[in-house]
Write a protein that binds this ligand. Structure first.
Ligand code: PMP
Length: 394
């Protein structure tokens, strides 16, 4: 069989995620420390796990309605209002999905016709470009700059817009930079979008993880509400990555289209996870605060210590990543990560894996224990000292 001619051309052309390679090396190493993977080190809080278990005990093992259980959608609507002042009608404006990932995929697919352009700020989470291409669209990457605190500026947005622009992805708080967009930043973008019909796909999966100020959504701006699709989920806020629970909120006609795709491709999100998610929405706010406080102290420790050992590091205001500048080492981000992993047995991810604009930086995830984080700093100090010696700069 010649699979090259049989398989879909577009899928064959897509590069696999640059993150995986490091996990393959890591898997073979003993006593390695991973600040690589982007998921909470916390186990899902007990009362949420218990709600999942209890649903199984009661035998709730059937499909739910396509959009997700009404009770869960009601709780999501109440949570979004309580936490972010976002108002959505549970019956017509919320669809429960298999993680934020499915929500992103569906959102791009319902918007794009062949050749439509999607503006994607980078460095950012790895899925937006491939999902755009799979939906027949064309990614248009805009490189965010450290000197702008990795925010998207109105000038950059304006310069990227063409008559073919269909959508803008807003990936804030950001994986991998930790950058956020504050209300005035969003207002400046809204000004640019005002006279266009460009839609916004706002990935707010890290909305609960901001340090110093509450997250503001593009949908909080009145004039943007009708053209914003908000993607969110339970993975990061409630340490629930493996439950695969996410949701998407949007105006009714968009949700109707999204629900068609979801209905034919998925049926309904996992039932046991929906029961756990109801409990998370109802009684999980204290868990969120607890985890955020923990992440915040690790964040401050990491930034301070990376700077102490000689790396310039932007102070992240959201998510759980630091994104230090490694250009002073003279290594590419890929070389840096491969050598650091082989010589010191610590995994961090090359910035280049997150698209153009990520080169010269590496991503370290601080959803790891303080013990591992402080050991990683000791090893990085060692690595940098040895590197300077070998380069005759010691
Ligand atoms: N968006 C961003 C920015 C992410 O970092 C991730 C997971 N790493 C996701 C979406 C997907 O999360 P999930 O499918 O688990 O909800």
């Amino acid at each position: 069989m010649n699979y090259e001619t049989i398989l879909n051309q577009k899928i064959q052309g897509i590069q696999p995620s640059g993150i995986r390679k490091f996990f393959d090396i890591l898997e073979e190493m003993k006593d390695a420390i991973s600040l690589g993977i982007g998921e909470p080190d916390f186990v899902t809080p007990w009362h949420i796990r218990d709600a999942g278990i209890y649903s199984l005990e009661r035998g709730y093992t059937k499909y739910t309605s396509n959009a997700g259980m009404a009770e869960l959608r009601r709780e999501i609507a109440s949570y979004l209002d309580r936490r972010f002042g976002l108002k959505y009608d549970y019956a017509s404006q919320i669809l429960v999905t298999v993680g934020g990932s499915e929500a992103l995929d569906l959102s791009l697919r319902v918007l794009l016709n062949p050749g439509d352009e999607v503006i994607i700020p980078v460095p950012s989470f790895v899925c937006y470009g491939p999902l755009t291409e799979m939906a027949g669209g064309v990614p248009v990457y805009v490189e965010l700059k450290a000197e702008n605190q990795f925010r998207l500026t109105p000038e950059q947005l304006k310069a990227a817009i063409t008559p073919r622009t269909k959508a803008l992805v807003l990936p804030f708080p950001s994986n991998p930079t930790g950058g956020i967009m504050e209300r005035q930043d969003l207002e400046a973008l809204a000004q640019v979008l005002r006279d266009t019909e460009i839609m916004v796909v706002s990935d707010e999966i890290y909305a609960e993880l901001t340090y110093g100020q509450r997250h503001v959504s593009m949908a909080n701006l009145e004039e943007m509400y009708d053209r914003t699709i908000v993607v969110n989920g339970f993975s990061k806020s409630h340490a629930m990555t493996g439950w695969r629970m996410g949701y998407v909120c949007a105006p009714k006609p968009i949700i109707q289209c999204l629900t068609k795709l979801h209905q034919f491709g998925i049926m309904s999100a996992p039932t046991v996870s929906q029961y756990a998610a109801i409990e998370a929405m109802r009684n999980g706010d204290r868990d969120i605060e607890h985890m955020r406080e923990e992440y915040d102290s690790r964040r401050r420790y990491l930034v301070e210590n990376l700077r102490r050992i000689g790396l310039s590091c932007f102070e992240p205001k959201g998510a759980f990543y630091v994104f230090p500048d490694i250009r002073s080492t003279g290594l590419t981000s890929n070389e840096f990560c491969e050598r650091f992993l082989r010589e010191e047995r610590v995994a961090v991810i090359p910035g280049s894996a997150f698209g153009p604009g990520g080169e010269g930086f590496v991503r370290a995830c601080y959803a790891a224990s303080m013990k591992d984080i402080s050991e990683a700093i000791t090893r990085m100090d060692n690595f940098l000292t040895n590197l300077r010696h070998s380069q005759g700069r010691g």
